[in-house]
Design a protein around this ligand. Sequence first.
Ligand code: FAD
Length: 624
Amino acid sequence: MEYPDRFDVIVIGGGHAGTEAALASARMGCRTLLLTHNIETLGQMSCNPAIGGIGKSHLVKEIDALGGAMGLATDLGGIQFRVLNARKGPAVRATRAQADRVRYKAAIRGMLESQANLTLFQQAAGDLIVEGDTVRGVVTETGIRFLAESVVLCTGTFLGGVIHIGLDTSRGGRAGDPPSNALAERLRALPFRVDRLKTGTPPRLDAKSVNFSRLEEQPGDNPTPVMSYLGNRGMHPRQVSCHIAHTNERTHEIILANLDRSPMYSGVIEGVGPRYCPSIEDKVHRFADKASHQVFIEPEGLDTHELYPNGISTSLPFDVQLQVVRSIPGLENTHITRPGYAIEYDFFDPRDLRHSLETKFIHNLYFAGQINGTTGYEEAGAQGLLAGLNAARRARGLQPWSPRRDEAYLGVLVDDLITLGTKEPYRMFTSRAEYRLLLREDNADMRLTETGRELGLVDDTRWSAFAAKREAVERESARLRASWVQPGTLAAARVEARTGTPLTHEYSLMDLLRRPELAYGDLADLPGIEGQAVDDEAVADQVQIQAKYQGYIERQQNEIDKLKRHEATPLPANIDYRRVEGLSNEIRQKLEESRPETLAQAGRISGVTPAAVSILLIHLKKRR
Ligand code: FAD
């Protein structure tokens, strides 16, 4: 049958990409259908119930700044929050939250159900309706036809999914869920380049059988960090600790003795796995000199005894998994509630996509999430938001939008994927971004919320909270610039006591804040200084970071401006990169291989640094 209502946008798959895609499209006022296998698994975390971490929290905060769901769901479901790299510079600081799997899922579902313009429907998509080279809709496996202007495909690890536990294999999209075989076959018949990747997950443990006295406790940070710009500590459920355990030589012996029973080492699995999230058999094999690896024992939720042992993802047979777990001090008598497994699945070469995430071969069809070769909820959610936004813009007849590399990690992610493709599951790192000092997790709202508002993604509540914060930051920065500390005053004595150096002339509070020894709090209540310091942590943080890093930030901004002026500068086809002085061999090789046509394209090649682009620019000037 043909469904009587027509939609602007259909999103297939209710994982992390699909839910952000559907919410973004609906927030923009487009009639949106989210078609998914099972409404009960909307927002389900297939692997570790944790959100954020290095590079990834930047994406969560960008999703949040553009009105998305992931940050708020994390605040509603997070049971342990930490700031990683807290002692390093703000560019690499990252918030990570352990989430209660059930609460997180409920928060996402709540947002989906209360979103205007969004319709949910539970069924598997089995086919796409394609006329000529344009998608027109979707057919479910039971034959219901849904028509729409554009379609976003977010089917994660489900296309042609094969699960491996030791040498046993079964078909599945993840444990407990069916694979998407009909759709996979249909997509393989279209002109996309398809390949296989794999990922894995550890066994889950029963906390009742763990000896916590032998584990190291790892409480969350105090005060508790918050993920969303609209979040607050009052939203968090009860907070709990994680724990740390360690593998040992006995663990490694068990693994090495059983490698021939691992589907990865016996050649059964062909797909490439995530380099930065390797299985325990990979770690033991690759880092043979390491006598021990850390295992983070993380709760799956507040109302369950299940634990997630982060660090021992494996596809070894169950009997070996049990021996491995029980060889770890503290887990000697531990019961496994679910075996670990690996999954192999189809992914599409993202070089067949445009910056909008629309496919190059089929108009109005968008791909987002794990099917583009990425791994991780955050990477999926960010792509979903972008694809949903662009599918909605297409339905409205508007031009696509996508952030640049100097605007957002989302810009880096998409640009890396579509220009370089990927041979292994791609995850975000701060090192992938050239302009790390500008793209901090603390300023994603300053970078993106105004654009999000113009795009129709940001509602009134978020907009007024953002506008008030931005104004408060500007007001407080102006006060600091206009407030002076004179030598010989009580205020000067306070500053001198902190810094250990006398003030020889007057300084503005802003000048003082730039000094490494002084923090915003030190300057908050100096005697004789007019005006009240702000007590909003986010505002104070922003004022302080902008002040302390102003010099570096300006330098990076100048670099970007300079590059922008020269973006269209052509690189001659006969340029001999071996003769360009100052380039590293690695960069020379990358340029030789890719032969970019313009300076902008050269700058987008991963590993080609802004400094290398400046060298190219100087070289071109010399040639003239
Ligand atoms: P998913 O979250 O997989 O969601 C896909 C959704 O599409 C599901 O709701 C599914 O039901 C639905 N769907 C699929 N086909 C159809 C269809 N034909 N019709 C209707 N609905 C459909 N990430 C890490 O960062 N680190 C890890 O260590 C890690 N390990 C993992 C281990 C395993 C075993 C798995 C399965 C995943 C792992 N991941 C890991 C990846 C992480 O789960 C994904 O990156 C993330 O969930 C991808 O989000 P997504 O929205 O693209 O897809």
